[in-house]
Design a protein around this ligand. Structure first.
Ligand SMILES: Cc1cc2nc3c(=O)[nH]c(=O)nc-3n(C[C@H](O)[C@H](O)[C@H](O)COP(=O)(O)O)c2cc1C
Length: 210
């Protein structure tokens, strides 16, 4: 009986993942290309993937309200007034999805400015009601030389502090490959990441690591 209930829960889960891409080169960049292998891993588990390309959106800088007075930093305020912008598009999709993968090229040993800008705006979701608690995250990072692991760890630590969980092998990165699909290790990690995100989802929502 319990086994049947678990199967039913898994059956009813929405199998959709959100990929948020911080690359300036949208879907013609190296970062996007590597992410297609994470998508493949998820698709092999029956999941659909939707992309948000931050380069398509106009997201203003965080105004730093939380430093003024904690209660001023909340989604309502972050969506209105001076900050009225495309943050709502990202926020709504993030709140809807359980699995969220962050894609970024390394820009000066860190994530891209677009990604950092979004992360700062997410403060309003964390600050009131811990709205990202229990989301399942993963990372796709590309670089020419150095800074990939540093970027992943920055993102991972920060997002964990906002409530994210991560599966084993929560990231893939490729360094110095113009075509990251030629980077066998990165591809292997990407496929594994896709599958592990699905496994983690089933574990968290259906109580089953399968
Ligand atoms: C502004 C800027 C800064 C960069 N800084 C770094 C860096 O610090 N370390 C590095 O290895 N590559 C750096 N790169 C190279 C990119 O990380 C690399 O080419 C990446 O794979 C590009 O991804 P994309 O094709 O999705 O744009 C930088 C590129 C740009 C545009």
């Amino acid at each position: 009986m319990a086994e049947r209930l678990v199967s039913l829960t898994i059956y009813n889960m929405e199998k959709k993942a959100l990929f948020i891409n911080g690359s300036a080169r949208r879907d013609r960049g190296i970062t996007y290309r590597l992410s297609t292998k994470v998508r493949e891993g998820l698709e092999s588990e029956g999941y659909e993937v939707e992309y948000i390309h931050l380069v398509d959106l106009n997201i203003n800088f965080c105004e730093g309200c939380v430093s003024e007075d904690g209660s001023l930093c909340n989604p309502k305020r972050c969506l209105e007034g001076k900050l009225n912008d495309d943050f709502k598009i990202v926020m709504d999709k993030m709140l809807k999805r359980d699995i969220i993968v962050f894609l970024s090229p390394v820009y000066w040993y860190s994530m891209s400015g677009r990604m950092k800008n979004l992360i700062e705006r997410l403060t309003s979701l964390e600050n009131v009601g811990k709205m990202l608690d229990g989301k399942i995250g993963g990372f796709v990072v590309t670089a020419q030389e150095d800074g990939a692991m540093m970027t992943i760890l920055q993102l991972m630590g920060t997002l964990n502090d906002m409530g994210f969980l991560f599966p084993p092998y929560a990231f893939t990165y490729s360094v110095n490959f113009l075509d990251p699909l030629q980077d066998k290790e990165a591809v292997e990690y990407a496929l594994r990441l896709g599958k592990n995100l699905a496994k983690m989802h089933r574990l968290v929502k259906g109580n089953k690591w399968v």
